[in-house]
Design a binder for this molecule. Structure first.
Ligand SMILES: NC(=O)c1ccc[n+]([C@@H]2O[C@H](COP(=O)([O-])OP(=O)(O)OC[C@H]3O[C@@H](n4cnc5c(N)ncnc54)[C@H](OP(=O)(O)O)[C@@H]3O)[C@@H](O)[C@H]2O)c1
Length: 231
């Protein structure tokens, strides 16, 4: 491997994570995360220096096994995530467990597993893809997703203080962004999909690069990016 710095991008197979992998892939070595080899292979193949990081992040053992294969890491970008609507009257324990497992617990666990490598890097960085939902509460149907993103914000805020001076931590809060997740959300709401109304994944990816390239005496702690058009 060359002198490239090494980033793991979870959720690198699609959407925002794929845009991040493709942007960083210009000059970083990228571990492209996704649940199946088939999903990550095209992204890996499109980059000059990349390899797959395949595991279901809801699976504790599979996550630990995949993490153990990494020997050097400079940046851990958590983009994997799922969305779920539903009123409290209808949400089941299994639904709530699953979204918190993927959006919060897996983020904490993977970070714990890889922190020794990030500390050893000398310029280690954790970037979490949160959401505007990480600041919002009170909308009917928002308990599962917004609750998980609030918990993720608590996690990254605490991690930033715990690792201050060792590993930098950035929380990025996009509004609606053009991706499979947004397509699904708009379809569920019965709205036509207008990609041009949403933030481009490449725009979010550029913010991740800006955070990672910020001069080492400073850290971009919390960034919000929202569409100009709101509806
Ligand atoms: N799109 C938006 O409007 C928006 C706005 C604000 C914040 N966000 C946040 O941005 C992040 C990326 O969202 P996106 O829009 O890019 O979503 P997306 O298009 O649905 O992609 C989700 C990614 O997460 C991966 N993933 C899901 N469950 C996983 C699991 N159990 N184990 C491993 N990987 C898993 C998927 O991998 P597979 O290919 O294997 O399924 C895929 O790569 C999420 O955290 C989301 O909450 C999105």
């Amino acid at each position: 491997m060359s002198q490239r710095r090494v980033a793991l991008v979870t959720g690198g197979s699609r959407g925002i994570g794929r845009a991040i992998a493709q942007d960083l892939g210009r000059d970083w070595h990228v571990l492209v995360g996704g649940r199946t080899s088939a999903a990550v292979a095209p992204v890996v193949a499109s980059l000059p220096s990349a390899e797959p990081f395949v595991c279901d992040l809801a699976d504790e053992e599979a996550t630990a096994l995949a993490a153990r294969r990494i020997s050097h890491l400079d940046a851990l970008v958590h983009s994997a995530g799922i969305a779920l609507g539903g009123h409290v009257a209808d949400l089941t324990r299994d639904q709530l467990r699953h979204i918190f497992e993927v959006n919060v617990i897996a983020v904490a666990d993977l970070t714990r597993l890889l922190l020794p490598l990030l500390r050893a890097s000398g310029d280690g960085h954790v970037v979490a893809l949160n959401s505007g939902s990480g600041f919002a509460s009170g909308q009917p149907g928002s308990t599962a997703y917004n609750g998980s993103k609030h918990a993720l914000r608590v996690l990254t805020d605490a991690l930033r203080e715990e690792e201050r001076g060792r590993v930098r931590v950035t929380s990025i809060h996009p509004g609606r962004t053009d991706s499979d997740m947004q397509r699904q959300l708009q379809a569920t709401s019965g709205r036509d999909y207008r990609a041009e109304d949403f933030v481009r994944p490449e725009t979010v990816a550029a913010l991740v690069r800006t955070a990672l390239e910020t001069s080492p005496e400073a850290q971009l702690e919390t960034l919000s990016v929202r569409p100009v058009v709101t509806s």
